[in-house]
Design a protein around this ligand. Structure first.
Ligand code: FES
Length: 143
């Protein structure tokens, strides 16, 4: 009976519809204008401090996998260190070149710690390299 209850609890905690805030970092570890990374139960998350407010996003660039917290945080824009794609840290939307995004996670702060709801990432537009890079070549004029 106890094992069955434990299995139910594990299933409930991993249910994507149920919020589950996990302690990620101390607030004083992420100063304004900086970011750190955290690995929370298999989720690689970047934690960013914009003017004292904390944001959590997927830390992997959808382009070819740049680690976003290693890039720049310009106000509320994350700049990937590899090819400089830009993402709005608040929404995860790709500002440049656009047409994709990164997942954001709900964040709360309590007693000097940052907690991230790992069960509730947003669902960004997935990166589609065909839309970004492949355009039809112009037809050559036949002589
Ligand atoms: S890997 Fe991030 S822009 Fe290319």
């Amino acid at each position: 009976m106890l094992v069955a209850l434990q299995i139910q609890e594990v299933q409930r905690q991993s249910d994507p519809g149920v919020s589950r805030f996990v302690k990620a970092a101390k607030t004083d570890e992420v100063n304004p204008g900086t970011c750190i990374s955290a690995k929370l139960e298999g989720n690689f998350i970047g934690i960013h401090n914009v003017n004292g407010k904390y944001y959590a996003v997927n830390n992997i660039c959808p382009h070819v996998g740049g680690v976003l917290h290693a890039g720049q945080l310009e106000n509320d824009v994350i700049v990937c260190p590899i090819h400089q794609w830009k993402f709005d840290v608040k929404t995860g939307r790709c500002i440049w070149p656009g047409k994709c995004g990164i997942a954001t996670y709900p964040v709360k702060v309590d007693s000097g710690y940052i907690f991230i709801d790992i069960n509730s990432p947003s669902q960004p537009i997935p990166h589609n390299p065909i839309r970004v890079y492949h355009t039809k070549p112009k037809r050559r004029a036949t002589p």
